[in-house]
Design a protein around this ligand. Structure first.
Ligand SMILES: *[C@@H]1O[C@H](CO)[C@@H](O)[C@H](O)[C@H]1NC(C)=O
Ligand SMILES: *[C@@H]1O[C@H](CO)[C@@H](O)[C@H](O)[C@H]1NC(C)=O
Ligand SMILES: *[C@@H]1O[C@H](CO)[C@@H](O)[C@H](O)[C@H]1NC(C)=O
Ligand SMILES: *[C@@H]1O[C@H](CO)[C@@H](O)[C@H](O)[C@H]1NC(C)=O
Ligand SMILES: *[C@@H]1O[C@H](CO)[C@@H](O)[C@H](O)[C@H]1NC(C)=O
Ligand SMILES: *[C@@H]1O[C@H](CO)[C@@H](O)[C@H](O)[C@H]1NC(C)=O
Ligand SMILES: *[C@@H]1O[C@H](CO)[C@@H](O)[C@H](O)[C@H]1NC(C)=O
Ligand SMILES: *[C@@H]1O[C@H](CO)[C@@H](O)[C@H](O)[C@H]1NC(C)=O
Ligand SMILES: *[C@@H]1O[C@H](CO)[C@@H](O)[C@H](O)[C@H]1NC(C)=O
Ligand SMILES: *[C@@H]1O[C@H](CO)[C@@H](O)[C@H](O)[C@H]1NC(C)=O
Ligand SMILES: *[C@@H]1O[C@H](CO)[C@@H](O)[C@H](O)[C@H]1NC(C)=O
Ligand SMILES: *[C@@H]1O[C@H](CO)[C@@H](O)[C@H](O)[C@H]1NC(C)=O
Length: 472
């Protein structure tokens, strides 16, 4: 028997082996040849658990141990499982495991035919198995190549895909497509060597979620913008990129759109936002939106001048891009942005003499209005007063004349009353305090007398204006 030189085989089983029990009986050396031809080698048994794994009931089986210490595949394992009284130290140079009795080892004469047990190495699992990229419909998986001989089987959704080992080095990439957005999938990857599979490594990976729909700016004022978008489900959160920062936003519970308000912004400014949906740390591509803050209100809005039928309004320019809307008497007039420097003016014509008008002016930036500023203005001179007691002539007074007039105002007011009486004003008027019944168009008079004196130039002007109006 010349076994000695063929005993060492260049390849010790690493990791856990896959055992195959022969259905024929051969002598030890033929069994070794058979195993090396069809499998890898005769089995090494390196610990009790491997012993248990090869066990079949009721049989003696050749294992790979020879001469009590040499393993056919070159293993250096010191595990021994001799039955009591074994080894016999006779010329029984080969070893069987006795599965009539828990696989305990017995030496035997090498020329006897026994069934035997071969093994193949189970390939190791692939390392670093994980998703390397994903979009809404696909996931790219990546793992380390083991060697040129080890291929892979990817199990997913009840199907298996064979993936051969690539020739080059570097990680293996495999893309699974036709998936649904924002969904978690389970993948199991087996390494395969000579049709023996590793025990498999399982991961979950998700596809990217959809972009948010209905992303829009729902409201804004001078310093803030409120964004909103549709909520798809409670499992998505969001990241808003704005001004170089990332803002993490959880979907609120309950229905309705998601809203987020950004404050401390600058008036009349356009901002750009990128919103990504996040599902299990995977982000959608993102959807972009530009939105503007409301411009500041026009400042110094005032009547610049007026005559009996028109009023000229004036206000400060904001910048080259801000236009205006003037609201008056239920209509709106657009007043375009201007490149010119200096304040803007606008004249409203076809007005009625001696009437008070309310003007509201909005600044407009990218179709967004400021909240508006209102003023009242009257046609006719602000300071036209009757200079004689018969109210025959009118003139415009300087500020100092008005101050002088105010000192005499009681006198004036009496004369005004006389005036009413003289023109047969159809309402009952009484002298004294309180002095008269309120009449249409003349309520200012009432108010003046009720207080006993005129307290401001403006009121005086309105009062006198009424007089003028009545006389015409
Ligand atoms: C048995 O030995 C093999 C090889 O050394 C090892 O991979 C395996 O984990 C061992 N099993 C037990 C249960 O010790
Ligand atoms: C042993 O099994 C192989 C396949 O596993 C089969 O081809 C062969 O016929 C079987 N031999 C015996 C003796 O049963
Ligand atoms: C791959 O298999 C070939 C032939 O089957 C063998 O020569 C080579 O050594 C094997 N390579 C590795 C890395 O196992
Ligand atoms: C994968 O390979 C195995 C063994 O080579 C073969 O039986 C099976 O049909 C292959 N599967 C696919 C989907 O190609
Ligand atoms: C897989 O992708 C990586 C980059 O992610 C690349 O370096 C590598 O070469 C690819 N592998 C193959 C086999 O193409
Ligand atoms: C998963 O399997 C089901 C049923 O076999 C099939 O209808 C579905 O399209 C598969 N999904 C993917 C992403 O392959
Ligand atoms: C602007 O709107 C925000 C949010 O609605 C609010 O908190 C803030 O007080 C408003 N600022 C002004 C100046 O109206
Ligand atoms: C959200 O996640 C929970 C648990 O993770 C899951 O049961 C549910 O189906 C998910 N809902 C949607 C709409 O994906
Ligand atoms: C005005 O608009 C122009 C062109 O749209 C833009 O380049 C400029 O920055 C804007 N200026 C202001 C003050 O918004
Ligand atoms: C406004 O427009 C004028 C004329 O085009 C230009 O000279 C000026 O620099 C502009 N102002 C701003 C703030 O862009
Ligand atoms: C104000 O509106 C009314 C009704 O729309 C119209 O008759 C009147 O002429 C308008 N007055 C001015 C000054 O535009
Ligand atoms: C304009 O006059 C009305 C009364 O006619 C008054 O209620 C309102 O406050 C005035 N508006 C302004 C801006 O003075």
């Amino acid at each position: 028997m010349v076994l000695v030189l063929s005993i060492f085989f260049p390849g010790t089983v690493g990791g856990s082996p896959s055992y195959v029990v022969s259905n024929i009986s051969l002598n030890w050396m033929e069994a070794q040849k058979f195993c090396r031809k069809y499998y890898f080698d005769l089995a090494s048994v390196r610990n009790q658990s491997e012993n248990d794994r090869i066990s079949i009931l009721g049989s003696f089986l050749w294992i790979g141990l020879y001469r009590e210490k040499l393993w056919s595949d070159g293993s250096t394992s010191l595990f021994r499982y001799w039955a009591s009284g074994q080894p016999t130290l006779s010329d029984h140079e080969c070893v069987t495991a006795n599965f009539y009795n828990s696989g305990e080892w017995h030496d035997a004469h090498c020329s006897l035919p026994y069934p035997f047990i071969c093994y193949k190495p189970i390939p190791p699992n692939a390392g670093n198995f994980g998703p390397s990229a994903q979009d809404e419909t696909s996931i790219t998986l990546q793992w380390d190549k083991i060697n040129n001989n080890i291929s892979f089987v990817l199990q997913f959704n009840g199907t298996e895909t064979n993936i051969s080992a690539p020739q080059g080095n570097g990680p293996i990439n495999h893309t699974v497509s036709s998936l649904s957005a924002g969904t978690k999938y389970t993948f199991i990857l087996f390494s395969v060597l000579d049709s023996i599979r590793s025990n498999g490594v399982q991961i979950t990976a998700v596809t990217a979620p959809e972009n948010a729909e209905g992303f829009s700016s729902s409201s804004q004022n001078e310093s803030s913008i409120t964004l909103q978008w549709d909520k798809r489900n409670n499992n998505y959160s969001y990241v808003l990129f704005f001004n170089g920062a990332e803002i993490f936003i959880n979907a609120p519970h309950g229905d309705g759109p998601v809203t987020h308000t950004l404050s401390s912004l600058t008036a009349g400014t356009k901002y750009t936002f990128l919103l990504t949906t996040v599902f299990e740390n995977v982000r959608s591509r993102g959807v972009q939106l530009s939105a503007v803050t409301a411009p500041q209100n026009p400042s110094n809005f005032r009547p610049l001048s007026q005559d009996e039928t028109s009023i000229t309004l004036q206000w400060d320019k904001i910048n080259n891009n801000t236009s205006f809307v003037l609201q008056f008497n239920g209509t709106e007039t657009n007043i375009g942005a201007t490149d010119r420097d200096g304040p803007l003016t606008h004249t409203v014509t076809s007005l009625t003499a001696g009437a008070k008008y309310t003007f509201t002016l909005f600044s407009v930036f990218e179709n967004v209005r400021s909240n508006g500023v209102s003023i009242n203005a009257t046609t006719g001179g602000n300071y036209i007063v009757a200079l004689d007691m018969n109210l025959k002539t009118y003139g415009r007074l300087s500020d100092s004349e008005i101050q002088a007039l105010l000192a005499e105002v009681r006198v004036y007011c009496f004369f005004i009353l006389f005036c009413f009486i003289n023109i047969s004003f159809p309402y009952f008027l009484t002298c004294g305090f309180p002095i008269l019944t309120v009449v249409p168009s003349a309520w200012v008079v009432a108010s003046v007398f009720h207080q006993g004196y005129i307290c401001s130039a403006m009121r005086c002007a309105e009062l006198l204006f009424v007089i003028k109006y009545l006389k015409m």
